[in-house]
Design a protein around this ligand. Structure first.
Ligand code: ADP
Ligand code: MG
Ligand code: MG
Length: 245
């Protein structure tokens, strides 16, 4: 599904990613861990195609297609979902209306008609039930006054509605409380299938107790310095990152 080959990327002429190789197949969950500043968020941004980053070498290939200079929205239409670390507030636009628009834009970009209103409502209802989201939440303005946990819930709701082929969740270093952690884990576990893949970027071993990864990779100074199975996360918890430098 996703093939990253010798990826180098700069921000403001400073090299941050220094030759990343990563292969993700459908049905797999990959965790990417590593100390603060190692390039985890940069990697997710580059996969999503954010424009502040310059790819100087290497490739990101999705289902055989080199994404090269493809715009972020086109990548999204091809099934890449990136969770937002700092979600925007849109007063006056409800959670529901935002996702309706996003879904119909995606369908349009893929040559499909708008989802009939009845089917859309059905899908919203089903997804909300699956993720235990109540109706009141769905009619609130997007991210306005949302708590950390509510932002997470909305993000996972968006992911569930959009049914991405590749979901990249960047859980940042700034405290996810246990409830938010469970929202993320619960959502990912319910949505995981043999047809999609998840890249979970996290500082926390704890999250990996709830979402068990197939592979764990450690990023250090813009390179993957170690890869292993889920037991690697436990080893990192015990020994920290210094032994890998
Ligand atoms: P991580 O997510 O692993 O903590 P980041 O990808 O956020 O790491 O950052 C990697 C490096 O890139 C850090 O040295 C950071 O200071 C630098 N960096 C990140 N974003 C920017 C930016 N917008 N401008 C300049 N440097 C940046
Ligand atoms: Mg950081
Ligand atoms: Mg980060």
């Amino acid at each position: 599904m996703l093939e990253i080959k010798n990826l180098h990327a700069n921000i403001d002429d400073k090299e941050i990613l220094k030759g990343i190789n990563l292969s993700v197949k459908a049905g797999e969950v990959h965790a990417i861990m590593g100390p603060n500043g190692s390039g985890k968020s940069t990697l997710s941004s580059v996969i999503a195609g954010k424009e502040d980053y310059e790819v100087t070498e290497g490739q990101v290939i999705l289902n055989g297609e080199d994404l090269d200079d493809m715009a972020p929205e086109d990548r999204a239409h091809k099934g890449i979902f990136l969770s937002f670390q700092y979600p925007i507030e849109i007063p006056g636009v409800s959670v529901t209306n935002f996702i309706k628009t996003a879904i119909n834009e995606t369908r349009k970009a893929n040559g499909l008609n708008e989802l009939p209103a009845k089917d859309m409502l059905q899908k919203i209802k089903k997804t909300a039930e699956l993720l235990e989201i109540d109706r009141k939440f769905l009619s609130r303005s997007l991210n306005e006054g949302f708590s950390g946990g509510e932002k997470k819930r909305n993000e996972i709701f968006q992911m569930a509605m959009l049914e991405p082929k590749l979901a990249i969740l960047d859980e940042t270093d700034s405290g996810l409380d246990i409830d938010a952690l469970k929202v993320v884990a619960n959502g990912v576990n319910k949505l995981k299938s043999k047809d999609n893949a998840v890249i979970l970027i996290t500082h926390y071993q704890r999250l990996l107790e709830y979402i068990v990864p197939d592979f764990v990779h450690v990023l250090h100074d813009g390179k993957i310095v170690k890869s292993g199975g889920k037991e690697l996360a436990l080893e990192l918890e015990e020994k920290g990152y210094d032994w890998l430098k």
